[in-house]
Write a protein that binds this ligand. Structure first.
Ligand SMILES: Nc1ncnc2c1ncn2[C@@H]1O[C@H](COP(=O)(O)OP(=O)(O)OP(=O)(O)O)[C@@H](O)[C@H]1O
Ligand SMILES: [Mg+2]
Length: 234
């Protein structure tokens, strides 16, 4: 089954077009699909369109078999598409546990069970469960953002630059966590760490200037001239 099916997508901010004729596919059998590309390529814009925050001017977006291009974002979450945004969007004055509760609005009946699963994955969050989110370190906040995403029991979990602003060792931990999550949930991974994102990916897309320049398996992209010349060093 195709979990996400995007075809001929154009997206504008006012008069400014930033995505051009984007087509991509995320299948149920994919563990990780990575979308890589430089600053300003349109990666966040694409994820925001998939999660219903932005409305496309042309083209179609199907999530879990249904057209969502005119569906509000909380309904898209309910259908199983959840995004961990770049800004993490935590509620800083609420506790760790309360933030997890916010993530479970579509699956309230499973709150305790899912919270315990998140605490098992990130024991440090259990230690801090009563602390306000804003008192957490950057790495812990990223764990909380991921945990909150999992509380909705997604079929597809999309990450927007999850390693952003983290020290290399923490970034590596985040990639390992994403790999673990991808055993159960299909992951869309937007990253500027191109090598790491493509190593994890079954399939990948290179987005440049609002257009898909290259696509293929993670291994094919790592060997492609476009990626080697533009994005990999050494
Ligand atoms: N709210 C907005 N209004 C107008 N233009 C915007 C807005 N948000 C983004 N843009 C523009 O759209 C283009 C794509 O931006 P986007 O944030 O999607 O890129 P990105 O690939 O996520 O970049 P980054 O790697 O820096 O996160 C850029 O030229 C950006 O300046
Ligand atoms: Mg971005």
């Amino acid at each position: 089954m195709t979990l996400v099916d995007v075809s001929g997508l154009d997206v504008h901010y006012g008069d400014l077009q930033v995505l051009w004729d984007i087509s991509l596919e995320v299948r149920e059998e994919d563990s990780v699909v990575s979308i890589v590309g430089p600053n300003g390529a349109g990666k966040t814009t694409l994820l925001k369109t998939l999660s219903g925050i932005l409305t496309p001017t042309n083209g179609s977006v199907e999530v879990l078999g249904q057209d969502v291009s005119r569906v509000p974002s909380d309904e898209i979450v309910e259908r199983g598409f959840v995004q961990v945004s770049e800004e993490r969007n935590l509620f800083g004055d609420l506790s760790v546990e309360a933030n997890l509760r916010m993530g479970s609005f579509t699956k309230r009946e499973n709150f305790a069970e899912n919270r315990d699963m998140v605490f098992e994955m990130f024991p440090v969050l259990e230690d801090r469960r009563d602390k306000n989110a804003r008192t957490l370190s950057g790495g812990e906040q990223q764990m909380l953002a991921i945990g909150r995403g999992l509380m909705a029991e997604p079929e597809v979990l999309a990450f927007d630059e999850p390693s952003n602003a983290l020290a290399p060792q923490l970034a590596e931990q985040v990639f390992e966590t994403i790999e673990e999550i991808s055993d159960d949930v299909t992951v869309i991974l937007v990253e500027q760490h191109v090598d790491r994102a493509l190593q994890l990916a079954d399939r990948g897309y290179l987005l440049e200037n609002g257009r898909i320049e290259t696509e293929g398996s993670g291994a094919e992209l790592l060997e492609s001239d476009a990626i080697k010349e533009g994005y990999l060093r050494g």
